[in-house]
Every structure is written in C-alpha cells, then in structure tokens.
Design a protein. Sequence first.
Lengths: 151, 116
Amino acid sequence: MNTTMPTVSLQVRRHIKASRTRVFDAWTKPELMSQWLNACGGQVLSIQNTLRVGGEYSFRTSKPEMGEMAVKGIYKEITPPERLVFTWSYDSAKISMKEETLVTVELTEKDGGTEVCLTHERFPDAESCDQHQQGWGRILDQMGKLFGGKA
Amino acid sequence: MVKYSSKQLDATFAALADPTRRRLMEKLSHGEARVTDLAAPFKMSLPAVSKHLRVLEKAGLLERRRSGREFHLELNAAPMEEALRWIGTYRRFWEGSLDALANYLENNQPTTEEKP
C-alpha cells in the first residue's frame, strides 16, 4: 500500500495590469489586503499580520448569510515580489472544518503586468503539509464533468 | 461556506492515494464495468485487482452489483462530490477575490508606476 498522502487542490490564475511589487504589496499589507480579500459580497472587519516566516496573519469577515467568519494562518515562505506561501484555516463555530490548508501565490511578469497563480491545497492531515502530490487535477476534472461540472 | 465532513474527505483521498486505484477510478468514470475488464490492462493478478477494488468499495467510492456469476462495478458519486464541493467553494472565493484585487490595483494606479 502506498503511504504517500494525496492532496486535493485547485488553481486560479488572473492577469493584472500592475507591477509585481504592487501585487505583492496588496497581498501582504493589511490596509491593502482589506480592499479586495473576500470582497465578493462580504466585508472585512479586521485584518492583521506579522510578515515573516513563521509569523501569523488573521482576518475576520462578515457576510449576510454566513455571519462572521475568521481565517488565520502562518507564513511559510515570503519571497518578494514573486512568491508567498501560507497556511489557511477557519476559526469558526459555524463551520465544522478544522483542517489546515495551504495557499501558494506565485507572481510572474507577463505582458507588461503580473500573472497571479494561486494554488489552494487541502491535506488529509496537517503533518503532511510539506508533501506535494500531483495527479488529482485530472481525475477530479473528469469526475467534475461526469457529475455535473461542480468543480 | 458549506459544511464539510473531514472524515469522509480523508477516507476518499486515502483510498485514492494509490496510482492503481486512481486508474481504476478513471476507467470507471467512463461507465460501469466488470471486474475482469477492469483487471485486463493491469500487470497483476485478478485477486490483486480485486483487493484494490475492495479498498475503493470500503471508502464508499464504488458500488458492486451481481449479474449472473459476474460482478459489475460502478462509481458512487457522493464522496467525490464532497471533494468537488470543497474545490468549487474555494474556486468561487478566490476567483471573486482575485477579480477584486485586479479591479482595485487597475483602478488605483500610482502617480508614478514603478518598473515591474
């Protein structure tokens, strides 16, 4: 039996007409983060961070249908202006989700702007965070098509 | 966000940790199949393939149906849907947030844009 831990992950890309430095700042400065993070229908109530490897960030948001929600995590890698890696976990009584997940943000110069590539991975347990296993995308995509394209 | 059952997700992904089992699932995603058909492309014995199928079945990913003296297997969508829902929820969250990020940065250009 194979002992490696699989992950389930998703990737989102977005091209932004701004320099990598500005994009990186928007990801790491609380006053800028609150301008866009979770902006889809919600409101950022508070946000703080200690921008160093091992440092913590946290933010609280409010959504009409959800009430308050808190997210926190630890910075794993900070490489301005190209890469940011942090853990992500919910801190909410309403959500029965205690697992820790990992977010990797990669910024690449492209067409006079910046391409943001965000990967969010879920691990079966927090200890396996350092393991990166591929191979999920294809099977999940296929299942997604099969079961109504919910992914 | 939706409620997730961490236990079910763990069971799903533990069962799918094995490459042979992932290939079996992929084959089954095209439709139901007999154990012998599923085993054919693998360089392993029928009992060995059956053992992998039992792991998938135990995790609730497969359903077995007897037809005469043969078993037919088909996928059970529910555990995968849990995983797909997790992905879908975050995809919506991040797509919305990255749209807002682009919107914010592109509409608030600094007076002297620094070199990228």
